[in-house]
Design a protein around this ligand. Structure first.
Ligand SMILES: [Zn+2]
Length: 258
């Protein structure tokens, strides 16, 4: 099988538990024997983010043991700069936290590899917005696809919401987390009146969010966005992620700028 290593941790005296994402078995833990013994020929390439090929031997107590691990692709350039290391670490953590064990999903597997390849080939000029795109795409894929085509309450279209906002700047739409998508200005007022929480946003942020969800890595990378607009859409992505997670997450933009 081919798989991307998501993490490794010590287990027993000389072994490690390696979490690998494959198209066939999803995210899965395997035991690598003897990896802590100085240099083990089989396993020196088992580093998080490496793409490897491997065999499995079934062991006792439901554990699967890795055999014959071979490096296939390692994303060398990602590890050469702090900003890409940061993005890699965050994406690995998100995959480890959000994916359920043993759920085969070949689209998810290819999605993650495409992200790693893009980061690797653009490592010297990468922008943080790619991580925002990665996270919103990941959550969309996991079933939290934000509804951005129409108001989730009255179904007013995105185009009409946009027109309204351009004609009357106080007619501000919002993002309604509990409803999973956008609200037009009138529904925003209505939901606020009954005390529900939403995230007020301009049509530009909604537009950028649409792009992050639907565009290729290359299009996100080339997308021109000013710092203030990025700050707003980033906040929306971050709040969206917190809303749909059981744990808290550090703000990746804050970590980046410290
Ligand atoms: Zn509405």
């Amino acid at each position: 099988m081919y798989g991307v290593v998501l993490s490794r941790r010590d287990f027993r005296e000389a072994d490690q538990i390696i979490t690998i994402l494959t198209a066939e078995e999803g995210k899965h833990e395997y035991i690598a024997r003897g990896v802590k013994k100085i240099v083990s020929k089989n396993t020196s390439h088992i580093e998080p983010s490496s793409l490897v090929s491997f065999g499995i031997a079934e062991g006792k107590k439901e554990w699967s043991y890795l055999t014959n691990v071979q490096p296939v692709e390692s994303f060398f350039y990602i590890l050469q700069s702090l900003s890409t290391i940061h993005m890699l670490g965050y994406s690995l953590d998100a995959m480890l936290t959000m994916l359920r064990d043993g759920e085969a999903d070949s689209e998810m597997y290819h999605f993650f590899i495409s992200f790693l390849r893009f980061l690797d080939t653009h490592a010297s000029s990468v922008r943080l917005i790619l991580l925002d795109a990665f996270l919103i795409k990941l959550f969309s894929h996991l079933g939290y696809h934000p509804s951005l085509d129409a108001c989730v309450v009255c179904e007013k279209t995105y185009t009409d919401i946009g027109k309204e906002f351009l004609s009357f700047s106080d007619k501000k739409p919002s993002f309604y987390f509990a409803g999973g998508g956008i609200l037009c200005a009138s529904c925003t007022i209505e939901k606020q009146r009954i005390g529900e929480s939403m995230y007020p946003c301009g049509i530009k942020e909604i537009n950028t969010l649409r792009l992050l969800v639907a565009s290729s890595w290359q299009d996100v990378f080339s997308f021109s966005i000013d710092e203030e607009e990025y700050r707003l859409v980033h906040k929306l992505v971050y709040e969206f992620m917190l809303y749909h997670s059981e744990r808290t997450w550090a703000d990746w933009k804050q970590i980046q700028t410290v």
